[in-house]
Design a protein around this ligand. Structure first.
Ligand code: NAD
Length: 289
C-alpha cells in the first residue's frame, strides 16, 4: 500500500520504518527536518507538506503530540487533500472528544477514520511490538487491522469512534495510580525495616501484585530490569504520564465520573514534573515518597 505518515518523532519514526519493512511505500512528513531526514534513512520518501504527502495514498497514519495538532493537521491538510478512499488512522494519544470530532469531520467528507492509540513505548515502536486500541466502525477496523499489525503485536477493536482513546486513558489511569501505590509500599516497607527483595518476593506472589511491581519495579536491583536500574532514565517519561492523567481527568469531568485515585495521581505527577522531573521515568516518583 501507499501510506502517508505524519509525525516521525520518538514513536512515529520507528512505526514508519516498520511499515517500510512490511513492504509499504511510505510518504512521510514532519515539521522537524531532523525527524524527516531520519525517516528518509529508514526508506520513507519525504515531502514538504502534509497535503503533498497524502497525494494518491491508500491510508494516512499520524503520530502527533496532542489533540489540537491532530485536529488542525486533519482539518486543514488531510481532509479534502487525501483521496476519499484513503483510510485515516490517528495513533496519537489525544482526548476522546477531539478524536470523535475529527473522525466525524472525516466521515462527513466521505473518509473512514479510526483512533488507534498505542500501549508500549519507544522500544515497542521500534521493535514493532505495540498494542493498538482501536475506535471506529467494523468496516474501518477491518481495513485498519493489517496496517496496524505491521507495527504491533496486538490490534484490539475497543468499540466505536473514540473508544480507543477511552481505553488508553483508563488503562494509563490504573498505571499511574498503581505505580504510586507500589512506590509508597516499598518506601514504607523500607522504613519498617523489611528487606526490599524479600518484600518483592512476598508481594509479587500475593494480592499486592501488579504490572507496576512485577514488570516495572521502581526499586533498583529488585524484580526485572527496569528504568530504576538505569537511574530512572529511558522508559515512560513522567511528563507523558501526566499528559495521560490530565486527559483522563478531562474525560471524567465530561461524563461526571468520580475518579479520586486518578485525580490524586494526577496531582502527584504534576508536582513531580513541576519539580523538574518531567523527563525522568515515571517510576522515579518513588524518590519523593
Ligand atoms: P515526539 O514529540 O517525539 O514526536 C512528535 C512528532 O510530531 C515530532 O517529530 C514533531 O516534530 C511532529 N509534529 C508536531 N507537530 C506537527 C505537525 N503539525 N505536522 C507534522 N509533524 C508535527 O512525541 P512521541 O513520543 O513520538 O509521541 C507521539 C504520540 O505518541 C503522543 O501523542 C504520545 O502521547 C503518544 N505516546 C508516546 C509514548 C512514548 O513512550 N513516547 C507511548 C505511547 C504513546
Amino acid at each position: 500500500m501507499k501510506i502517508a505518515f505524519i509525525g516521525l518523532g520518538n514513536m512515529g519514526g520507528g512505526m514508519a520504518a516498520n511499515l517500510v519493512k512490511a513492504g509499504h511505500v511510505v510518504r512521510a512528513f514532519d515539521l522537524s527536518a531532523e525527524a524527516a531526514t531520519r525517516a528518509e534513512g529508514n526508506g520513507c520518501s519525504v515531502h514538504p507538506t502534509v497535503a503533498e504527502a497524502v497525494q494518491g495514498v491508500d491510508a494516512v497514519v499520524s503520530m502527533l503530540p496532542n489533540g489540537k495538532i491532530v485536529e488542525s493537521v486533519y482539518t486543514a491538510e488531510v481532509i479534502g487533500k487525501a483521496p476519499p478512499s484513503a483510510l485515516l488512522l490517528d495513533c496519537s494519544t489525544i482526548d476522546v472528544d477531539t478524536a470523535r470530532k475529527v473522525a466525524g469531520a472525516a466521515e462527513a467528507a466521505g473518509y473512514a477514520m479510526v483512533d488507534a492509540p498505542v500501549s508500549g513505548g519507544i522500544a515497542a515502536a521500534n521493535g514493532g511490538t505495540l498494542t493498538f486500541m482501536v475506535g471506529g466502525g467494523d468496516a474501518a477496523f477491518a481495513r485498519a487491522e493489517p496496517i496496524l499489525s505491521a507495527m504491533g503485536k496486538a490490534v484490539i477493536h475497543a468499540g466505536a469512534s473514540g473508544a480507543g482513546q477511552a481505553a488508553k486513558i483508563c488503562n494509563n489511569m490504573i498505571l499511574g495510580a498503581t505505580m504510586i501505590a507500589t512506590c509508597e509500599a516499598f518506601a514504607l516497607a523500607d522504613k519498617l525495616g523489611l528487606d526490599l527483595q524479600t518484600f518483592y518476593d512476598i508481594s509479587s506472589k500475593a494480592s499486592g501484585q501488579s504490572w507496576s511491581m512485577t514488570s516495572y519495579c521502581p526499586v533498583p536491583g529488585v524484580g526485572p530490569a527496569s528504568p530504576a536500574d538505569n537511574g530512572y532514565q529511558g522508559g515512560f517519561a513522567a511528563a507523558l504520564m501526566l499528559k495521560d492523567l490530565k486527559l483522563a481527568m478531562q474525560a471524567a469531568a465530561s461524563v461526571g465520573a468520580r475518579v479520586p485515585m486518578g485525580q490524586r495521581a494526577e496531582e502527584l505527577y504534576a508536582a513531580f514534573s513541576d519539580a523538574g522531573n518531567g523527563g525522568s521515568d515515571f517510576s522515579g516518583i518513588i524518590k519523593t515518597l
